[in-house]
Design a protein around this ligand. Structure first.
Ligand code: CA
Length: 339
């Protein structure tokens, strides 16, 4: 049902829209317009670059708008397909979920061709853009709900060769931390669909919250460029942390439910530990204060494992069951490849 106003094939640089039918009270024949840029030159890999899967995560959207404007076909070998704001209605509303249908695009895969707007976008990716791609980059941050230490991350996919290529691409972002994560909150994720199609999938959690420091924009934009050079779709020589004079990334994983700390009750979250800090099992990570009963001692939240605080809840106001922190254990690259 989605109309593509730009030709995905052929050399050159083209800007257009994915046009998603959306008939509503004041727009009977309206489309949701999702910008897409194609930049291609000759044979080579196709790399699909996606931002705004969650609308309130702007680091990737900014980086991809810049990339789409700044890169010319002469810098490309193969094809770059760039969609800066996949969930356009959510990006315009600064929300994680689509305001049109209440759906989370990152839980909507593989999607439905005649479903809600969000489901149609997922279906288009699953059936048109993923099959055309060798590498899928899906840039996330914590949005308004979480704050991450800026990191690239990945799933521990079963196929060893795919895992090896994903690990190398993840490390090419050159972030201080890298993170292997598990899905504790539902199915239907974009990266899982792309992984199931055998793609090299690179994902990130580049900070979060609503204020994005300049440093985080730089990490996002420089890392993205380097992953594209690493993937051989942009000409140039890839940087490594060693070539930049940096120590190796701290490679971490949080694959057990115990690593994901949920609020035991509602209240006001006070963090006791800084992002990226090393903690030991039993350490106090934070407290939940009771607004209505300040005389009650706050509820203590303790680390269930040793590791690094990789992410924390961004808003202080917390509801029972919210994820307030994730503790990730350090692992070796060799261990990841053998696991
Ligand atoms: Ca996200």
């Amino acid at each position: 049902m989605i109309h593509t106003s730009v030709d995905l094939h052929g050399d050159g640089k083209r800007q257009g829209f994915l046009q998603v039918p959306y008939s509503h009270n004041l727009g009977g024949w309206a489309n949701v317009m999702v910008p897409i840029t194609v930049i291609a030159r000759g044979p080579g890999p196709t790399v699909l670059c996606l931002g705004g899967n969650h609308g309130d995560e702007y680091q990737g959207q900014v980086a991809l708008m810049r990339l789409a404007r700044e890169v010319g076909p002469e810098e490309v070998t193969g094809r770059l397909i760039i969609v800066p704001a996949l969930n356009m209605p959510a990006a315009k509303a600064a929300t994680r979920l689509s305001p049109l249908d209440g759906m989370n695009l990152n839980r909507a895969f593989p999607g439905l061709p005649e479903g809600a707007v969000t489901s149609q976008i997922a279906h288009y990716l699953s059936t048109v853009l993923f099959p055309a791609a060798d590498v899928v980059i899906d840039i996330h941050s914590g949005g308004r709900s979480m704050e991450f230490v800026p990191c690239s991350h990945m799933h521990l996919v079963a196929d060893r060769e795919q895992r090896r290529r994903m690990l190398a691409a993840m490390l090419a972002w050159n972030t201080d931390f890298s993170f292997l994560y598990a899905d504790i909150a539902g199915t239907g994720l974009l990266p899982v669909e792309a992984e199931n199609q055998g793609k090299v999938v690179v994902t990130t959690e580049l900070g979060g919250g609503e204020a994005i420091p300049a440093r985080v924009h730089r990490i996002t934009q420089r890392g993205l460029r380097n992953v594209l050079v690493h993937s051989r779709v942009l000409v140039g020589t890839a940087e490594t942390r060693a070539s930049l004079g940096l120590p190796p990334t701290i490679l971490t994983q949080a694959l057990d439910r115990d690593d994901y700390l949920l609020a035991p009750e509602s209240g006001i979250l006070e963090m006791a530990v800084d992002l990226g800090a090393r903690v030991t099992r039993g350490d106090t990570i934070g407290w939940i204060h009771h607004l209505e009963r300040p005389d009650r001692a706050p509820e203590r939240i303790a680390a269930a494992t040793d590791g690094y605080l990789i992410t924390m809840r961004a808003p202080c106001l917390t509801t029972q069951g919210d994820c307030v922190a994730v503790i990730a254990q350090e692992v070796s690259a060799a261990g990841v490849l053998e696991a």
